[in-house]
Design a protein around this ligand. Structure first.
Ligand SMILES: NC(=O)c1ccc[n+]([C@@H]2O[C@H](COP(=O)([O-])OP(=O)(O)OC[C@H]3O[C@@H](n4cnc5c(N)ncnc54)[C@H](O)[C@@H]3O)[C@@H](O)[C@H]2O)c1
Length: 442
């Protein structure tokens, strides 16, 4: 098969600024983790970009470099961090409060480094996150003014940190449920809505707008609408900036997007899937508000519908009862427990049950995803890929797609898509897994 020329990718020269919206459990676990890895005191487990390999060519060629040696990613030593948060705690205090990483083993040794990261005042409005109160917030008469202040933050960070490139990842709280409306349709209506303080413009959209206006890629780790609206998608395409979301795919949903494709692959039926969670971190508290929960629920519910295709398989998946619950339970902190009860059926309709009890750590699963997204969005920008980065669906619960396309949720199809995109970028053959040549020759 002819090998493609590959893409002309600008080298990862200089420093990469990672601006995080939110300096809570996920962000501090990510920052502290990267610094710990840089000091050779821990491994970046869970990060495909750092630990994963990629097979190239035929199985007999035995070429499987590490992904980070195959594509020109920014080196961890070149990452510089900052964040916005309405809560004024520095990264050390925030990490201690989040209670994810062990204070003595992982936070004390890098205390000075973490204390230097102080959050910039946030574009925050309690209307969108009911359970939070913030004091470290920007003031402005209009939302447009707040967006301009965010743009100024990006410009001054570029200068003060001496970074050559910037990426932004939303790691802030889940906002209340918003559906796309007239304000989100074009740049003109969007800008007018910002000037008129239209409630349809959530704070997360101001960060996304500021990022795009400053030519900065934007990834959304929460289920908020944010950059998933036509106005900002067009802006991203026009300005040739990569965007993507929504909602990091970490614990329960990751398992769902592994198990559901297995049932479908074997043509096993599904009667019901009951998913419940207990968690006690601030994210759990925010999601205890019905309006924020609704945003999360939509994101968690969507996956089965798309994977199982009930319209194509009505006898198997035409009548699935799917329920998702999140219960705020403070004693567990960040150590979430996610239970799944799955009622499946097989040959002649005989019922069976599967139980999954995932005692996970939310931020331990999310931190490597933030790292990979920061590195791959920066790569996308340098490779001149713009607009929605569907090849990074692997990391999201509700992947954004081009209008008219349904999202791909199956984790292993997403992984294949990601790796094939890397091969394509570097001018290597796509891997189809056909492999007939090994047998026909014989
Ligand atoms: N950990 C996971 O496994 C996981 C998976 C998927 C999605 N997420 C999402 O990631 C986000 C972060 O999770 P977390 O556990 O770190 O939560 P967290 O509550 O510990 O941190 C979120 C931070 O965002 C800040 N914030 C809220 N609104 C803001 C605004 N407008 N601007 C700047 N900062 C703002 C809050 O003050 C808080 O400090 C949540 O939306 C969560 O739903 C997490």
């Amino acid at each position: 098969m002819a090998v493609e020329a590959g893409r002309d990718i600008a080298p990862a020269k200089g420093k990469l600024g990672v601006m995080l919206v939110g300096l809570g459990a996920v962000s501090t676990t990510f920052i502290a983790g990267v610094e710990t890895v840089r000091r050779a005191r821990g491994l970046p487990i869970g990060s495909l970009s750092q630990m994963g390999t990629i097979r190239l060519g035929k199985r007999t060629e035995k070429r499987s470099p590490k992904i980070k040696e195959f594509v020109p990613l920014a080196d961890l030593k070149d990452l510089v961090f900052t964040a916005w948060d309405p809560i004024p705690d520095d990264a050390y205090t925030a990490a201690v409060k989040a209670g994810v990483l062990d204070r003595h083993e992982h936070l004390e040794p890098i205390k000075d480094f973490l204390q230097d990261i102080k959050p910039l005042p946030a574009a925050f409005d309690q209307y969108y996150v009911k359970r939070l109160q913030g004091t470290n917030v920007k003031r402005g008469k209009t939302k447009r003014e707040l967006a301009e202040q965010l743009r100024e933050d990006i410009r001054s960070f570029r200068k003060s940190a001496g970074v050559s490139r910037v990426v932004i990842v939303w790691c802030a709280s889940t906002e209340v449920f918003i559906t796309p409306g007239p304000a989100h349709q074009s740049l003109a209506t969007f800008e007018k809505a910002m000037e008129q303080n239209d409630p349809a413009i959530a704070p997360s959209m101001l960060y996304a707008y500021a990022a795009l206006m400053e030519s900065v890629p934007f990834a959304n780790g929460a289920p908020n609408l944010t950059v998933d609206v036509p106005a900002l998608q067009h802006l991203a395409e026009e300005r040739k900036i990569p965007i993507g979301g929504k909602d990091f795919k970490t614990g329960q949903t990751m398992m769902k997007t592994v198990l559901a494709p297995a049932f479908k692959a074997r043509m096993l039926g599904l009667a019901g899937w009951y998913s419940t969670n207990i968690l006690g971190n601030r994210d759990g508290e925010v999601l205890d508000d019905p309006e924020s929960f609704k945003t999360k629920e939509e994101s968690k519910l969507g996956v089965l519908e798309y994977i199982l295709q009930p319209d194509q398989y009505p006898e198997l998946y035409g009548n699935v009862f799917h329920k998702v619950r999140i219960n705020y339970y403070p004693p567990r902190g960040d150590n979430k427990e996610g239970w799944d009860n799955i009622d499946i059926f097989g040959w002649l309709g005989y019922p069976m049950q599967i139980k999954v009890d995932f005692l996970c750590r939310d931020s331990i699963l999310a931190a490597p995803i933030v790292l990979d997204l920061a590195l791959f969005f920066d790569l996308a920008q340098r490779a001149r890929l713009s607009g929605i980065q569907e090849w990074l669906s692997f990391y999201f619960k509700s992947p954004q797609t081009a209008p008219g396309l349904y999202p791909e949720h199956d984790l292993f199809i997403q992984q294949t898509k990601l790796k094939n995109t890397l091969r394509w970028l570097m001018g290597e053959e796509q891997i189809t897994h056909l492999g007939i040549e090994y047998y026909e020759k014989a």
